[in-house]
Design a protein around this ligand. Structure first.
Ligand code: ADP
Ligand code: MG
Length: 255
């Protein structure tokens, strides 16, 4: 793969990864390429018109990196995050995740990737309203077939880790916004993914709660998780090691 196909490859303090093939050897080792986009497009057809939500995006991300993704509303940030999270697939171009070209994965394999490799956090939390915090965190483990006793223990552990050990039985409507987002983080990390994708995670929060959420995400990143944070808040985006900008479906990198 020519070096010009990636944005930001080779910069920064981390050792250069030799290429996609090596990334198949998983594990917590940093420096290995976990995400590679090559000239990715995503075109939505609406009636007779087309929206090029992604217009030739290339990117290389190594394990343990911390990226922010900024840009005006409608510039393609969520579309990019959905592609990275295998919730959506490119119209053209290539996405190599952990050394595997995503277009070659079957539906079952894709579901498995979403379950095990990737954690998602959304602006509006997306918790199940009638379930307790603990039950919400258990959900992905139920889908993944983790045994009841183990998933209960892991849900409790994940909630304790985000400072909510005293809120296990609270439903979302009995929690503050910041607490809800912490439940969402516990849920997103319960399956111990390698990549965490956050779409405007502080968008609904006051500054103080937002800062707490960022600190939590950054702690997870310090522990080795690859972190991508979408934000339109420059104060939030400025904290990341690498800062990506979207405009009209195209991506550029600061610095
Ligand atoms: P952002 O997250 O940066 O605000 P999005 O990625 O949500 O932007 O959207 C990028 C562009 O793609 C916008 O013009 C939006 O209207 C369009 N778009 C996003 N999702 C769809 C969809 N499912 N169908 C049609 N157009 C879409
Ligand atoms: Mg968006």
């Amino acid at each position: 793969m020519p070096a010009d196909a990636t944005a930001g490859a080779g910069d920064g303090a981390r050792p250069a990864a030799p290429g996609g093939a090596d990334a198949a050897a998983t594990g917590a080792a940093t420096g290995v390429e976990v995400i590679r986009l090559e000239h990715v497009t995503r075109v939505f057809k609406v009636g007779d018109s087309e929206v090029r939500a992604l217009d030739g995006v290339s990117l290389s991300v190594r394990a343990g990196e911390y990226l922010s993704l900024m840009g005006p509303s409608g510039s393609g940030k969520s579309t990019l995050l959905n592609v990275l999270g295998c919730l959506d697939t490119p119209t053209s171009g290539r996405y190599v995740l952990d050394g595997e070209p995503v277009e070659k994965l079957t539906e079952d394999q894709l579901a498995d990737v979403r379950q095990r490799k990737i954690g998602f956090i959304f602006q509006a939390y997306h918790l199940v309203a009638r379930m307790s915090a603990a039950r919400n965190v258990e959900l992905p483990m139920i889908f993944a077939g983790v045994a009841p006793a183990e998933r209960r223990a892991r849900a409790r552990e994940a909630l304790v880790a985000v400072g909510l050990g005293h809120r296990l039985d609270h439903r979302p409507d009995q929690l503050s916004g910041g607490e809800r987002q912490r439940v969402a983080i516990a849920r997103a990390t319960a399956m111990r993914p390698r990549i965490l994708l956050a779409d405007e995670p502080t968008g609904n929060l006051d500054t103080r709660s937002g800062d707490e959420i960022l600190a939590l995400l950054e702690r997870l990143n310090a522990e080795g998780l690859t972190l991508v944070v979408v934000t339109h808040d420059p104060r939030v985006g400025g904290r990341a090691q690498r800062r990506l900008r979207m405009r009209d479906g195209r991506m550029a990198e600061d610095g």
